[in-house]
Design a protein around this ligand. Structure first.
Ligand SMILES: *Cc1c(COP(=O)(O)O)cnc(C)c1O
Length: 230
C-alpha cells in the first residue's frame, strides 16, 4: 500500500526547497494531485494529507470522483476537453487548464453565461509543436487572448503546458523557461478577465525543475499516488 501522507510530506518538502532556490516562499507554489486512474480511497487519503487541488483528465471520471469526494476541494480539468463535453465541464470543474482554441473558449463562455457563472481557465500551450498533443501553438496565444477579452464569462488565470516526455528532467527545463518567458511577454495583453499569474507546469518527474523556472502550480500523479490503475 502506498503511503500517500508520507509521499505528500516529501513532495511538500521538495516544493519548499525548489521554491527557495527560485527565491520564493513554499506557499507560492500549489500542489495539484493528478488523480486520473486513481481510486477514490486514494483521493480521500490525499485530501486527509492536506491536498486541496485535484486534476482529472476525463469528464466522466471526474464526475464520479467529485460526487464521492465532495466539493470541499477544487477540481481542475487537465486533459483535452472535447466539444461535446463542454456543457458538463462548465458545471463540474472549478478550473479548465486545457483551454486551447477560440472555439472552445466561445463554447465555454456560452455555457458559463447560461449558468450565470464565470469559468476559470488556463491556456494550454503546445510548446514543442507536437502534433499528437493538445494545446495551442505559442504564436497563436496572443490572438486567442484578444478573442477571450470579449468573453466576459471566462476568466483566464495563466498558462499551462506539458513538455515533450523525457526521462531526464533537465530536458524539460528549456520548455519551462519558454512558458515563463511567454507569460512575461503576454502581460500587456491582460484585460478585465485576463490575469496571467499562474504557470501550471511540472509533473512527478520534473516538478522541481519547473518550480526553479517559475511554476506556481505543479501537477503530480504517480509520485503521490503510486502507479496508475487501469
Ligand atoms: C497525468 C498527468 C499529470 C501527472 O503525471 P505524473 O507523471 O503521474 O505525475 C500531470 N499533468 C497532466 C496533464 C496529466 O495528464
Amino acid at each position: 500500500m502506498v503511503d500517500i501522507a508520507a509521499n505528500c510530506r516529501m513532495i511538500f518538502d521538495r516544493i519548499g526547497a525548489a521554491a527557495a532556490r527560485s527565491g520564493r516562499e513554499a506557499g507560492a507554489v500549489k500542489l495539484l494531485a493528478a488523480s486520473k486512474s486513481q481510486s477514490i480511497e486514494k483521493v480521500r487519503a490525499a485530501m486527509a494529507a492536506g491536498i486541496r487541488l485535484f486534476g482529472e483528465n476525463y469528464v466522466q471520471e471526474a464526475l464520479a470522483k467529485k460526487a464521492a469526494a465532495g466539493s470541499a476541494v477544487e477540481w481542475h480539468m487537465i486533459g483535452h476537453l472535447q466539444r461535446n463535453k463542454v456543457k458538463i465541464a462548465a458545471e463540474l470543474f472549478d478550473v479548465i487548464e486545457s483551454l486551447d482554441s477560440v472555439e472552445l473558449a466561445r463554447a465555454l463562455n456560452r455555457e458559463a453565461a447560461a449558468r450565470s457563472r464565470t469559468v476559470r481557465a488556463l491556456v494550454e500551450v503546445n510548446l514543442a509543436g507536437e502534433s499528437s498533443k493538445s494545446g495551442i501553438d505559442k504564436d497563436r496565444v496572443p490572438p486567442l487572448l484578444d478573442a477571450i477579452a470579449s468573453l466576459p464569462h471566462l476568466k483566464i488565470e495563466g498558462l499551462m503546458a506539458v513538455p515533450p516526455l523525457s526521462d531526464d528532467p533537465e530536458k524539460a527545463r528549456p520548455y519551462f523557461r519558454m512558458l515563463a518567458e511567454l507569460n512575461r511577454n503576454l502581460k500587456r495583453r491582460e484585460a478585465a478577465n485576463i490575469h496571467l499569474k499562474e504557470l501550471s507546469m511540472g509533473m512527478s518527474q520534473d516538478y522541481e525543475v519547473a518550480i526553479e523556472e517559475g511554476a506556481t502550480l505543479v501537477r503530480v500523479g504517480t509520485a503521490l499516488f503510486g502507479p496508475r490503475g487501469k
